[in-house]
Write a protein that binds this ligand. Sequence first.
Ligand code: AP5
Ligand code: MG
Ligand code: ZN
Length: 220
Amino acid sequence: MSQFNLILLGPPGAGKGTQAGRIVAEYGIPHISTGDILRSAVKNQTQMGLEAKKYMDAGELVPDSVVIGIVKDRLQEPDTAKGFLMDGFPRTIPQAQALDAGLDDLGRAVTKTLVLLADEELLVARLTGRRICRSCQAPFHVLFNLPKAEGVCDVCDGELYQRDDDTEATVRNRLEVYRNQTEPLIGYYDEAGVVARIDGTQAPEKTYEDIRMALGPAGA
Ligand code: AP5
Ligand code: MG
Ligand code: ZN
């Protein structure tokens, strides 16, 4: 079976969003970031967005029922038929079980979980210097990944901004939440035999080379 039903797992700042852009461009699958979907709901001040903002600003997880609902709806879209790249989902064991059950109903399963690894002080430096495009969500960094023109997205000319949850105190809490609630998913997917561990401390293009090796050719 040649489906790319992929998960990008890893702590905040490991480079999930950065690598997701490259993966979806080459493999032709949709990028499903629950963080991006939630931030869009916050921006549009929907009921869900107003509820989610409290958790996001504190660096806590939004309740499972909310994010599971988002992903179930998203997987109904026809563009997911050939595969998908989950970024930031699942983040808890119940979310992983819900995804497995939903895919099983469709006769599908997760084909690879890419785990991006990096140590905590590097993650803090990456997140506190990050800037994001308001239009296409592409991530940049004030030191490590400068846009060509200051404050402007290389991809779409959108305006760059700093995420509300990228302050040092919130970043530290997000890292603790990751350790407690999300890291156990590595063992969950190890049991399914689908994990590829990737060194996320390398330059972005090096990290992407390792990801391509783990995934194999796009046309396979
Ligand atoms: P989410 O948006 O998913 O954030 P996150 O997991 O905290 O991860 P980040 O987006 O911060 O990091 P990233 O790995 O994408 O790194 P990036 O590529 O940008 O979630 C936010 C919040 O939403 C959560 O706290 C929660 O409240 C809620 N939420 C979302 N999903 C949920 C779920 N499933 N359940 C419950 N709640 C949920 O890179 C970071 C920086 O480093 C950038 O500046 C980048 O330019 C730079 N960089 C990246 N790679 C490199 C490199 N190789 N070398 C140098 N610099 C690099
Ligand atoms: Mg991200
Ligand atoms: Zn952009």
